[in-house]
Design a protein around this ligand. Structure first.
Ligand code: PMP
Length: 301
């Protein structure tokens, strides 16, 4: 499922620093810390017709990530919101939009990794694109387990949503080579952590499971799905999950802003076979779709 260029995105207005640029002129300096060391934090955010979905949760994670890696002069929640709304209005984007919002440490006075070389910044980048959810949520996806392990707090804490994405990109390359749609990443102990760009859940005998958020990103969609499962009266358990448990579960699905709730049909060549005559994923997908409007922040006026 390789995304294609959408001609509707050819004249995007992109926010960088303090103003909007046409996509052809939207550039950051070669001295920016994101170029120098992937030294930036980011969020993927979705816009539905009712507004920006779960915006405060995304801004919380962005600001906490920036604080954790010692950014100074971090913009306020309100400044980030106003820049985002300005960008969406300038592009007339009021639905079906994905926003990649990045906050870099800013421009350095000379190349190098030392944050003291940053005497400007941070730099806010808001890239909105017309983009429906990227996965086929009816027919599902097929995944393989990557050999590379997901970073743990031992090395690089996944609770920082940072731009050092090579850990996940290497896993994605493994899935490309194997002809799969995404890669399942294990933690340092061999338990399931998440996919290279989304979180993962399994359902077995009516109970819903997801890995502890130790090595995985504590995804915002993951958090909402946990709440929704409990609201639906389902038993929702966070625990260590082995690959064998995944292979033999009734249903497996991924969650993320990029793809919403996506069924996983095959893992490492093993079909996921539901041994029951009912399916719970559609219940969660329906609950998710129904709750969207009440978690959207409107910005049209
Ligand atoms: N895991 C990883 C590694 C991700 O990059 C993302 C999306 N940024 C997710 C999970 C899903 O997180 P969210 O539900 O907040 O989009």
């Amino acid at each position: 499922m390789l995304q294609a260029f959408n001609p509707k995105n050819k004249d995007l207005q992109i926010y960088i620093g303090d103003r909007l640029y046409h996509r052809d002129d939207a550039k950051v300096s070669v001295f920016d810390s994101v170029v120098q060391g992937g030294d930036a934090v980011w969020e993927g955010i979705r816009v539905y017709k009712e507004g920006v979905f779960l915006l405060d949760r995304h801004i919380d994670r962005l600001l906490n990530s920036a604080h954790s890696i010692c950014f100074i002069n971090i913009p306020t929640r309100e400044e980030v919101k106003q820049a985002l709304f300005q960008t969406l209005r300038a592009n007339n984007m009021f639905d079906n939009t994905h926003v990649r919002l990045t906050l870099t440490r800013g421009k350095k006075i000379t190349s190098g990794m030392d944050p003291r070389l940053n005497q400007e910044g941070p730099c806010l980048i808001i890239l909105p694109e017309w983009k429906p959810p990227v996965y086929d949520n009816e027919n599902g996806i097929s995944i393989i387990t990557a050999s590379i392990r997901r970073n743990s707090p031992m090395h690089l804490d996944s609770k920082i949503h940072h731009n050092n994405l090579l850990n996940n990109i290497l896993a994605k390359i493994e899935s490309n080579v194997a002809g799969a749609d995404a890669a399942l990443m294990l933690d340092a102990y061999g338990f399931v952590s998440e996919l290279n760009g989304t979180n993962v859940f399994m359902i077995k005998n009516g109970q819903v499971y997801t890995p502890h958020a130790d090595a995985c990103l504590p995804g915002i969609t993951r958090g909402l799905v946990i709440e929704l499962a409990r609201k639906e009266g389902l038993e929702m358990i966070e625990k260590n999950i082995s690959l064998t448990e995944m292979y033999t579960s009734d249903e497996v699905f991924s969650t993320g802003t990029m793809g919403e709730l996506t069924p996983i049909m095959k893992i490492d060549g093993r079909e996921i076979v539901n041994k029951h005559d009912h399916s719970l994923l559609p219940v969660l997908q329906k609950a998710f779709n129904q709750i969207i409007p009440s978690y959207c922040e409107s910005f049209k006026a």
